[in-house]
Design a protein around this ligand. Sequence first.
Ligand code: FAD
Length: 739
Amino acid sequence: MSWSILAALTLALCVAVLTLWKRRVDRAELDRELGEREKAKAQNTHRARLQYPQVDLSQCIGCGSCVSACPEDGVLGLVHGQAVVLHGARCVGHGRCADACPVGAIAITLGDLRERRDIPVLTEKLEATRVPNLFLAGEVTGYALIRTAVSHGTSVADEIGRRVARARRTEPAPSDVLDLVVVGAGPAGLACSLQAKVRGLRFVTLEQSDLGGTVSKYPRRKLVMTQPVELPLAGTLGRSTYQKEELVELWTRVAREQQLPIQTGEAFQGLALFEDGTFQVRSTSGAWHARHVCLALGRRGTPNKLGVPGEELAKVAYNLLDAHSYTDRRILVVGGGDSAIEAALGLAEQPGNVVTLSYRQGVFTRLKTRNEARLLEAVQRKRIELALKSRVERIEPATATLVFDDGARRVLDNDEMFVFAGGQAPQALLEQVGVSFDPAERAPGLPIQEQGTGLFRALLIALFLTLMTVSWTFVFRGYYGLDAHERPFAREHAWLKPTSFIGLMLGVAATVCVLGNLSYLARRWPRFDRIPGSLQQWMTAHVATGIGALLFALVHAAMAPRHTVGGHALWAMAFLVVTGAIGRYFYAFVPRAANGRELALDEVKTELTQLSGEWDRQRPEFAQRVREEIQRLIAEGRWQGSFAARWIALLRSQRRLSASLVRLRVAGAREGLASEQLDALVAIARRAQRTALMAAHYEDLRGLMSSWRWFHRWVALAMVLLVALHVLTALRYASFGGS
Ligand SMILES: Cc1cc2nc3c(=O)[nH]c(=O)nc-3n(C[C@H](O)[C@H](O)[C@H](O)COP(=O)(O)OP(=O)(O)OC[C@H]3O[C@@H](n4cnc5c(N)ncnc54)[C@H](O)[C@@H]3O)c2cc1C
């Protein structure tokens, strides 16, 4: 007995220590993720440019599969145990997070389009709502990815093909009018051109640069991730990754073999509409008369120029294709975004290069974490020289002159210059040709809640199995109602006892279900992402096999588990089902509430910024002091290390709040603030503190509840061991068929 007490105490202490340690790790992680969220907002990288993951917090179970599946840096993070978008602008829309989500809680969409003034308003067929027969395809529509671009281009050409075929039935086209002008030869324009050829259309493709679009501008050997897609006349691009060169080579070969009429070096400049509804398409070297136009011009637009003397020199470039081609060169890179930093880092790695990075700001504010760290290291190792707060003033064949904010000038020896100063988005050009960007003209999108499929199928299967079990026990209720010592004398005992043929088969079915159930864990591992079936389907199987295993084991045990290894395995299974259900349904509520408070806190901070912003000009010190005081209120009590310290902080919080409010009122009155302004300030301070505390305490509650996951895992392990032991014992000692 005393041994049992000692063992129980040791176990309880181990669990307590592990749980507390896990909480500490979790809180540190949360602290980091919230900091990253703040940073994203400060850098303005929290807003997505194109489609991005939208997480349905009522479904998210916080497993983190989406975070590990995302190939980009810092797009998603776990905040209060749920997936939250941190740096939305870094998302290129791969959709891996949605595939990886086992409960279908993520949809890749453009978000709330009522807010977006940078996404064109189009019909379902990608036609401009205000200009009939003018189509858009690919990234210019707001949807990124090569696969989307290819399918857009193909479907636009199909639609135009149908319209042209209809028109030709009534009137033959005049020979000087083209059926279609395609603008852009990226994946969207290329697919559109190939499908136009399939459809027998008379068309021309205008491309201001080279075939391949954005892909041809990726750095050398960049791995491009894509999903299978059918490229007209070229077959299926079936692999999930390609090297950039492979794709561009493939597209160039197909264009050559199919003799596509692609005019490179020809920039589209605008459209005019004739009275008969046909278009005059203006380009740099002429005009084209066409019935339909497909603008597949991407979103990168035309690179911004510096507008300084000497910029026309051949040594000035606006992208870097291959850093390896530059060695022993004196290079100036201009810009402060990720492209500039990646180019500078790539060039600095080549032997003999002397690289200077010129940026007009004093700090880099919108870099990927990885790039920021690499840049810092390269500067420390003197591989890159930084010229902050500087602009290029003049470019000569062998030099470049920088002028600094303080008026100083520096003449650099220079062989090559790479300028990454952003680009002119094609929006102005599109608006000019009549494409609308007015959100009011857009059809409302589907709410995300309708997109997750949840676990309906799994529960349906589980319900079916449960009903079968209930029917079975009802039919044999006479036997199952007997006491254990009476059963051997019952007629049904020969075939309902655990060691009968039926009993054994049920035991085997339960074991198979357990194995199937565990394979979900393997599938969740990124290393096994090639196992067929989506994670969501595997989650469905996980739930169904979990409940199935319990039911089969229950009938195998003749509805009367005993104090044996097998009986304990059955209780462990039952416990697993309960903790699983808690995880799936009840656990999601609290993190959602915590994240709701974080959103409310964001709103309070925005109000504070607006209010204090009004004072920034006349009372800058006071405005700063207000912000700091309220930030302190938010932080105090929120980031205490231990649970006890947080409760003490809660008890003290009222006193701290009162003291802060007095300080703010006194300082405000001294600054001559009107009483309404003082009241608004006090209200914001109160709300900020209350909301921050609520978020922190929901997080504590979540922490307590999240222990289910630990129990779930440990009990799962115990259950597997018990099942294995039960099977071995049965094989070794049981007399099958005996009583
Ligand atoms: C860094 C980065 C990494 C990416 N990684 C991936 C990835 O791994 N997988 C993936 O699927 N997607 C990826 N993408 C997205 C993908 O590259 C784009 O979604 C895709 O190239 C869009 O194709 P598009 O044909 O619509 O436009 P683009 O490829 O941009 O092509 C547009 C073409 O139009 C031309 N053009 C523009 N204006 C004019 C004009 N006025 N006159 C004539 N021609 C004009 C341009 O020169 C260009 O050739 C990535 C994007 C970036 C920036």
